[in-house]
Design a protein around this ligand. Structure first.
Ligand SMILES: NC(=O)c1ccc[n+]([C@@H]2O[C@H](COP(=O)([O-])OP(=O)(O)OC[C@H]3O[C@@H](n4cnc5c(N)ncnc54)[C@H](OP(=O)(O)O)[C@@H]3O)[C@@H](O)[C@H]2O)c1
Length: 278
């Protein structure tokens, strides 16, 4: 197939290019070649390539920064995604949109499936959710892929932040009361490669299996790295980030399983693979 990856220079975008290129003719755009907030350019770019599938991995991903830069988050995540959806409609391309666990408020206390009520708490989650709404209003051929707590080789992430902090700090405080599923961008990109082979358009939760708190995640990172650090679990309130975040945003990969796709491995196994590369 002819696949266009928008946001190819991002952390996930890089792995998407590597993995989708194995089986497909891949074209890419980055913020330098296509700013998705420009609707005319977006329509023109997608129209010229006329791909079978567009994978939209571009976003304003600064969760805390979105609180003070709400207009930018809205322009990129909501309107930019609307622009990509309009372009896909004109070019008759299917769209893969990467969304987030932050569309939920985290009060369910059990894993969320695809049909649970969304209720984003912060600006980032709200704008990503609006992106989903535009896609559902404008397109028939879409895969909305909600994922969580991404880390990968091509971008700064929680793992790299922890390892860097440990170089200068003996004591590190990590939030212990938010639960989610760390997800390796390679595993997510491989799952997207499977998804686009079937016209099974839907919302999909796609994360590595098993879950943990950020504190437990940090413990495992330092265990694998063989580093001794004094880790201190703190509450969300004590940590005091600008953006509100869901307390429990584990995503059940329900549709993925129902479509017969294989179970995605544990975040623990994936984390070891990733840290082997560092
Ligand atoms: N990271 C996570 O934990 C996480 C969790 C759940 C879902 N997601 C979603 O997964 C997707 C990929 O995330 P990621 O972590 O790979 O993000 P990332 O590394 O920040 O990549 C996003 C890319 O989008 C680009 N971009 C920003 N504004 C743009 C615009 N107006 N036009 C075109 N490109 C633009 C960025 O360019 P610049 O770097 O130059 O700004 C960057 O290359 C996003 O949709 C994100 O919302 C991420």
């Amino acid at each position: 197939m002819n696949v266009l990856i928008i946001g190819a220079e991002g952390m996930l975008g890089h792995d998407l290019v590597d993995i989708l290129s194995v089986e497909h003719e891949v074209s890419t755009t980055t913020i330098d070649t296509l700013d998705i907030t420009d609707i005319d350019k977006t329509i023109e770019t997608v129209g010229n390539i006329s791909p079978d599938v567009v994978v939209h991995a571009a976003a304003f991903t600064d969760v805390d920064g979105s609180e003070s830069k709400a207009d930018i988050a809205y322009q990129v995540n909501a309107l930019g995604t609307r622009n990509v959806a309009v372009a896909c409609r004109e070019a008759d391309s299917a769209l893969v949109y990467i969304s987030t666990d932050y569309v939920f408020d985290g009060t369910k206390g059990r894993p969320y499936n695809e049909y649970d009520q969304t209720n984003p708490m912060g600006v980032y989650g709200k704008t990503k959710h609006l992106g989903e709404v535009y896609i559902r209003d404008l397109l028939n051929k879409f895969y909305i892929v909600r994922t969580s707590w991404l880390y990968g080789y091509y971008g700064p992430n929680f793992v790299s932040t922890m390892l860097k902090l440990a170089e200068t700090h003996e004591n590190i405080s990590v939030v212990g009361d938010q639960i989610g599923s760390p997800t390796y961008t390679v595993d997510l990109a491989k799952s997207i490669a499977l998804l686009i082979k079937k016209p099974a358009y839907s919302i999909y939760h796609v994360t590595n299996s098993e879950h943990c708190s950020w504190f437990e995640y940090a413990q495992l990172i330092f265990e694998i790295a063989g580093k001794k650090v004094n880790l201190n679990p703190v509450t969300t309130e004590e940590f005091g980030s600008p953006a509100p975040r869901p307390k429990y945003s584990v995503l059940e990969n329900y549709n993925f399983k129902m479509e017969g796709f294989p179970r995605i491995r544990s975040y623990k196994e994936a984390l070891r693979d990733y840290m082997d590369l560092l």
